[in-house]
Design a protein around this ligand. Sequence first.
Ligand code: ADP
Length: 405
Amino acid sequence: MKILVINCGSSSIKYQLINTKEKTTLCKGLVERIGAVTSIIRHEFAKEKPVKKSIALENHSAALSKIMELLMEADNEHLHDVSEIEAVGHRVVHGGELFKDSVLIDEDVESAIEQAFDIAPLHNPPNLQGIRAAKKLLPNVPHVAVFDTAFHHSIPQHAYLYAIPNRLYRRYKIRRYGFHGTSHYYVSREYFNVLGKKKMGSKLITCHLGNGGSITAIKDGNSYDTSMGFTPLEGLVMGTRSGDIDPSILFFLIEKEELSLANVHALLNKHSGLLGLSGYAGDMRDLLEEAEQGDRRCTEAVDVFCYRAKKYIGSYMAALNGGDALIFTGGIGENSAIIRRKIVENLSYLGLELDDKKNEKAKGFSAIHAIESKVEIYVIPTNEELVIAIDAAKIAIASQQTPWA
Ligand code: ADP
C-alpha cells in the first residue's frame, strides 16, 4: 500500500510517501517557514537529488496542496494519481490518557486531540491543523492518528505519578506520559525480530538521541519508564531544551530577572540544553567540531549531555533490575561513536563494555559491545515514519472490512 505520512509542526510539515509492502520510502520532504514571506520546500524522490524551492505558502493547507503537486510531478514513477494514496498516517504528539493505540480519525478523535491542547500547546494544535487540511485534500481515504505517547501507556503508576497533590493528577491528568514512543517501539521490535529474541523476560534500555532526546526502560517488550514526562521538556539535555532542572530555579529567576511565563517557557525550551550550555550551537556535530578545536564551553556542553544520559541508563538498570541490551538510535545515537563511547565509559560495574573498533565502524544495525560485556550494546537506526505508515495501513484495511466503521 502507498501511505502518505505527515508530521505537522507549528510552521513546518515533514512528509514521506511509503510503500508498506516493500517497507520503502518512495519520496520524502520538508516544508519550513509556513506562513512567512517565503517558505522553503526540500523534496526528494528515492534515488534522486533533492529539489529545493522557495515559495510563499500562507498556511498548512497551502503547504499540503503544494506537497501533493510535487508528489505527482511528471516523470515520477512512484505516484501517477492521488487515488494511489490509500491512507494518510498523521503523527500526533500527545494522546493524553485516552489513546493507547493508533486510531482512525473521526470527529470524536479530532475533538479528543483538541482537548489535549492544554497539555500539549506546542504540538497538538499544528497536528490537528494538518489533519484537517489533509482531510480536505484527500477526503476519500482513511486518516489515521499515531500518537507519540501511545507506546508508553504500559508505564506503571509508581513511575508515572509525580509527587504533587494527587488531586492535581485527578483533576488535570498531570503525570508522566513520555514521547518518541514510535521510535522506542520500532528499535525494540527490530532488536526482537532481527536477533530472534523473546519479549517475555527481556530488559532493554533504548536511547533516542536526536535534537530531542529520551531514554526508555522496556520490560517484556513494554515501556516501563521513560525520561520525558508531562511534556517533552523533562529528562535528558537536548538541543535547546534543558531536560531535568530543579523547579526552584524558575521561582528564583522569575524574581531576579522579572521573567514572564512566556519568557520562562522560551528559556527552557529554546535557549537551554546544548545551545544554552555552549552559547554556540544546539547541534551536536557543530559542538563536537568546536570541542575538538579546544573550545571549553562546547566540551562542557557535551560532557553534561553524556553524563545525564549515563545517569538515566544507571537508574533504568536499577528499575529493571538489570539489562539485556542497550540500544542507541536517533541522529546522535546512530552517528556519533564519540558520544556513545562517552556515555558507556565507566559503566563496567553494571556490565557494559564497548568494543571501540566496532563502535567506530558501526553503520546501520550494528552490535558494538565487547565479547566480555554482560549487557549487549547495539546501534539500531530508527524509522518512525514506517511505524506510522504500517499502523495507518493496518487500520485502513480494518476500516474497509467493517463497512459500518
Ligand atoms: P530530530 O530529533 O530533529 O529528528 P535527528 O534525529 O536527525 O533530529 O538528530 C539531529 C542531531 O543529530 C543533531 O544534533 C545532529 O548534529 C546530530 N548528528 C547527526 N549526525 C551526526 C554525527 N555524525 N555526529 C554527531 N552528531 C550527529
